[in-house]
Design a protein around this ligand. Structure first.
Ligand SMILES: C[S@@+](CC[C@H](N)C(=O)[O-])C[C@H]1O[C@@H](n2cnc3c(N)ncnc32)[C@H](O)[C@@H]1O
Ligand code: SF4
Ligand code: SF4
Length: 372
């Protein structure tokens, strides 16, 4: 069989309907650069963690490197956001560190729910027992995401011994507590690439209704490291995307509501963009996405370098920072440089995902990452 190298950016006549749909998404995103609209909020609840994952993008340890927000401070920030924005349109993703280490988590979630915000938690699952799941549910949370980084051996190679069964139990406990959306997330690396179908069966059997696949960025503990064990080569990226494309096709054909999707902040090419995920998959940092960091700093996304934070919600209202100080996130000229300066997909992509661009400035373009 002859292997034909396919350029990820190539657009054929048959791709025309996809191009129209991708352009429609891009136009919606482009409008947000001039007219931002906060609908997605990250709360980095803590930088403390009970695990020490080798790939941790937040370099989490037992102690936090910053002075973390106290309960009253978090509640005051949440209240101010509810006063200044339409809280019912805001979805809050609570991440970390390990959010379940905060004893006040339930109180904060209940306050968010009280204001009409919907919320989810991203957790390593090991501390999500039946009691914690029930308390989060009672506080109004309806979505839980648990990180599962492989079958037992591969998961524990990066997350530590004894974590796999406990993380899977986290999915089950969330399902039993009544959560509407129970998601498993895998950071795909060469060691687990061949297991994706097996992991999908396992997380589904444990209660997940959605399976999200992401790749690992060179940030946190992996900053400036080019270890091949965490990074997919272009042929491996194509294997991953082909897999997701095939599973989505199979699930749709079987009218199976289980969902598998790929997630990254960059433009994947006209052919791929809507076959490995639903629409609006690109990076919205600073456009409709804002973040409260563990110490109260306000950024577009917790995955960005801390130096990109634009002020503290302890010193001024979140909304003042959002409306007055986010111009670097909404400025595209600095991104139209290097390979992006004469790229024919500029209008659609606008320079890739922000944190990926900053974490790996030579390797952030998802068309390049598929080619070769
Ligand atoms: C930083 S963790 C915090 C939540 C929780 N402690 C957990 O592990 O799920 C949020 C998500 O980022 C993922 N992640 C960690 N390090 C990463 C990296 N270097 N690149 C991309 N994603 C990463 C985790 O697997 C998890 O799904
Ligand atoms: S990836 Fe999550 S569980 Fe692992 S060390 Fe980082 S914050 Fe903790
Ligand atoms: S070169 Fe830049 S604008 Fe073009 S697809 Fe890649 S990241 Fe996007």
């Amino acid at each position: 069989m002859r292997f034909i190298k396919r350029s990820a950016g190539a657009v054929g006549l048959l791709d025309f309907p996809k191009l129209v749909a991708v352009r429609r998404d891009a136009a919606r995103r482009a409008r947000l650069f001039t007219k931002p609209d906060l609908t997605y909020l990250f709360w980095e609840a803590t930088l403390r963690c009970n695990l020490r994952c080798l790939h941790c993008g937040s370099s989490c340890e037992a102690r936090s490197p910053v002075k973390e927000l106290e309960t009253a401070q978090v509640l005051a920030i949440v209240d101010s956001i509810a006063e200044d924005f339409d809280a019912r349109r805001i979805f809050v993703s609570i991440t970390g560190g390990e959010p379940l280490l905060r004893p006040d988590l339930y109180e904060v979630v209940a306050r968010m729910t009280h204001h009409g915000m919907r919320s989810c938690i991203v957790t390593n699952g090991t501390l999500l027992g039946p009691e914690q799941a029930a308390k989060l549910f009672d506080a109004g949370m309806r979505t839980v995401s648990v990180s599962i980084d492989g079958m037992e051996h591969e998961h524990e190679a990066v997350r530590g011994r004894g974590t796999w069964k406990r993380s899977l139990a986290g999915l089950t406990n969330a399902r039993r507590a009544g959560f509407r959306t129970v998601e498993a997330i895998t950071c795909v690396r060469p060691a687990n690439l061949h297991q994706l179908e097996e992991i999908e069966r396992t997380v589904r059997g444990s209660g997940a209704g959605l399976y999200r696949l992401i790749t690992i960025d060179r940030m946190g503990r992996l900053a400036n490291q080019d270890g091949a064990d965490m990074w997919l080569t272009p042929p491996q990226v194509r294997v991953l995307l082909d897999h997701v494309e095939r599973r989505r096709r199979e699930l749709a054909k079987a009218k199976d509501r289980f969902d598998v999707r790929f997630s990254c902040g960059g433009f994947l090419g006209v052919e791929r963009e809507l076959t490995v995920r639903p629409g609006d998959g690109q990076c919205f940092a600073g456009l409709c996405v804002g973040s409260i960091l563990a110490d109260g700093q306000v950024s577009a996304c917790p995955s960005l370098p801390r130096s990109w934070a634009q002020g503290s919600a302890l010193d001024e209202r979140f909304s003042k920072i959002w409306y007055g100080k986010f111009k670097d996130y909404r400025e595209t000229a600095w991104r139209k440089t290097g390979a992006c300066s004469d790229c024919s997909f500029w209008e659609i992509c606008q320079g890739g995902g922000l944190h990926e661009r900053l974490a790996q400035p030579e390797e952030f373009c998802w068309l390049d990452r598929q080619d070769g």
